[in-house]
Design a protein around this ligand. Structure first.
Ligand code: CO8
Length: 265
């Protein structure tokens, strides 16, 4: 599949099961306007449709990236803030749709990752960055704050001092520092970035997809609930996975000393 929405390019590779969404407003450093936010959701829905006719799970992982040389995403479109906070408050935001999306979503960050762009990356399951990338919450310079979870996420990943430093100073930090603080999952040398991301995502896409879905649900639950409830939830997920063909395949492959072939059944 190869589709161009107004501000997002959508691709799906049948062989690997990897989908790619490219935020495509390079002239505005992929700043998030209403159209881009809607197109990210629409792109994810298009990719999810790949599972509808599949025998098992076709869509194994999604890469979210920014078009152009300079940015993953430079945050909310300055000038469009009125429509950022207005609108239908019952509609799910692209941040929530990414967070709850069944397949893992990997933010491929090459360049500026700021404000709502960083919050978009934080809603993803993994943040893979080139070493030349830059991170920050410039909202304070506009007299606002990161209102889509940025402080909450960074506080959980890096602690309150780092969250407050980023949000209160508006300063940019390097990919190296973001990696050290745990805000970014991996930082790769610029000239190895594409290959390293491909290797990471291909590996993820080859894992048992129902187990991956369960792990994502469990990890989301872990930040939303108490330990007892979380443990009960994990037990339920675990028992469900014991019944899957993928579990039987994994065990058989181990016994036969071969690579498993998971289908998401
Ligand atoms: N919105 C709109 N246009 C932008 C944005 C943006 N956020 N960022 C860059 N652009 C445009 C520039 O206006 C410029 O356009 P043009 O060529 O037409 O003049 C083009 O992109 C290239 O930008 P620069 O020339 O500025 O490029 P530089 O390399 O000199 O600088 C920077 C790059 C440092 C990234 C700089 O562009 C910048 O500081 N951008 C603004 C960053 C920012 O403040 N982002 C907004 C943060 S606020 C936010 O994200 C709130 C989220 C709220 C979520 C709430 C949910 C409820």
């Amino acid at each position: 599949m190869d589709e161009s929405l107004e501000t997002v390019l959508v691709q799906f590779d049948d062989d690997s099961g990897i989908g790619t969404l490219t935020m495509n407003r390079p002239d505005a450093l992929n700043a998030l306007n209403g159209q881009l936010r809607d197109d990210i959701i629409a792109g994810l829905e298009l990719l999810e449709e790949e599972n509808a006719d599949a025998d098992g799970v076709a869509l194994r992982a999604v890469v979210l990236e920014g078009a152009g040389e300079k940015a993953f995403c430079a945050g909310a479109d300055i000038g469009g803030f009125a429509d950022e906070s207005a609108g239908d408050s019952s509609a799910r935001s692209h941040y929530e749709v990414i967070r709850d999306f069944p397949a893992p979503v990997i933010a491929k960050i090459d360049g500026y990752c700021l404000g709502g762009g960083l919050e978009t990356a934080l809603a993803c399951d993994f943040r893979l960055a080139s070493e030349g990338s830059t991170f920050g919450f410039p909202e304070v310079n506009l007299g606002i704050l990161p209102g889509a979870g940025g402080i909450q996420y960074v506080e959980k990943l890096a602690g309150p001092a780092v969250a407050k430093e980023l949000a209160m100073t508006g300063e940019h930090i390097s990919a190296e520092r973001a990696g050290e603080e745990g805000i970014v999952t991996h930082v790769y040398a610029d000239d190895e970035f594409g290959d390293e991301v491909d290797a990471f995502v291909t590996d993820l896409a080859g894992q048992a997809p129902l187990a991956i879905q369960g792990i994502k649900k469990s990890a989301t639950m872990a930040v939303q609930t108490g330990l007892e409830e979380g443990l009960a939830y994990d037990r339920q997920l675990f028992e469900g996975l014991l019944e899957t063909e993928d579990h039987a395949e994994g065990a058989a492959a181990f016994a036969e000393d071969r690579e498993p072939e998971f289908e998401g059944k």
